[in-house]
Write a protein that binds this ligand. Structure first.
Ligand SMILES: [Zn+2]
Length: 206
């Protein structure tokens, strides 16, 4: 296999993993969301909707279930919307994403930092400040600083940062750019694979 193919395979597999990881908690999608590959921000709108569980395909209307840093199930808080109907399904999805990630590491001999750990919420913030991440093969760049993040030229400020236990963290940012008022964005951080993702696009540490 050529290096290029290996690289492509790695990116593809990592992308897949991140989508699985993302599936446990995602910002509420608006009906008229103009999703493009360059649009990493999700706009919040009030919609009463029925969601289909990613795992068992059952329809549900609550905010979804996620697994917290202690491995316990909890209901996702507004304005976030998850796509897992029950504790059982949340655990199944987490198991699947962990397995997929292990397979990626094995096949690609990815240079992971296996010792990294977010022991506190503050660790997540400290990890990100001063670092910049770029989309693999793309043009999107995120640069984090004390006030928030600059995402391809748009300024966002910190809303929250949370350790999900182990090498995973979650941060929420809100737009301070006049062109995107009240826009919020949730990003998942992995210090092990040194990446951030909104669930669709994966950005790697520069
Ligand atoms: Zn389910």
């Amino acid at each position: 296999m050529t290096n290029f193919m290996k690289h492509s395979l790695t990116a593809l597999a990592l992308g897949f993993f991140c989508i699985l990881f993302w599936a446990t908690s995602e910002t509420k999608k608006s009906e008229n969301n103009e999703a493009t590959t360059t649009e990493v921000a999700a706009t919040e709108t009030e919609t009463t909707s029925e969601w289909t569980c990613d795992v068992c395909k059952t329809k549900f209307s609550h905010n979804g279930i996620e697994i917290d840093r202690n491995g316990d199930c909890k209901t996702i808080e507004e304005p976030l919307q998850g796509f897992l109907c029950s504790c059982e399904c949340a655990k199944e999805a987490r198991k699947k994403s962990d397995q997929t990630y292990e397979e990626v590491l094995e096949k690609a001999s990815y240079q992971a930092d296996n010792d990294c750990e977010f022991q506190s919420d503050n660790d997540v913030l400290m990890y990100l400040i001063g670092k910049s991440f770029t989309q693999d093969g793309g043009s999107i760049t995120i640069k984090f600083d004390e006030s928030g993040a600059n995402i391809s030229g748009l300024q966002y400020q910190w809303m929250s940062y949370t350790s999900l236990g182990g090498y995973k963290g979650k941060v929420k940012l809100s737009s301070t750019d006049p062109s995107r008022p009240n826009g919020t964005m949730t990003l998942y951080v992995s210090c092990r694979e040194k990446s951030v993702t909104d669930g669709q696009i994966v950005l790697f540490l520069n």
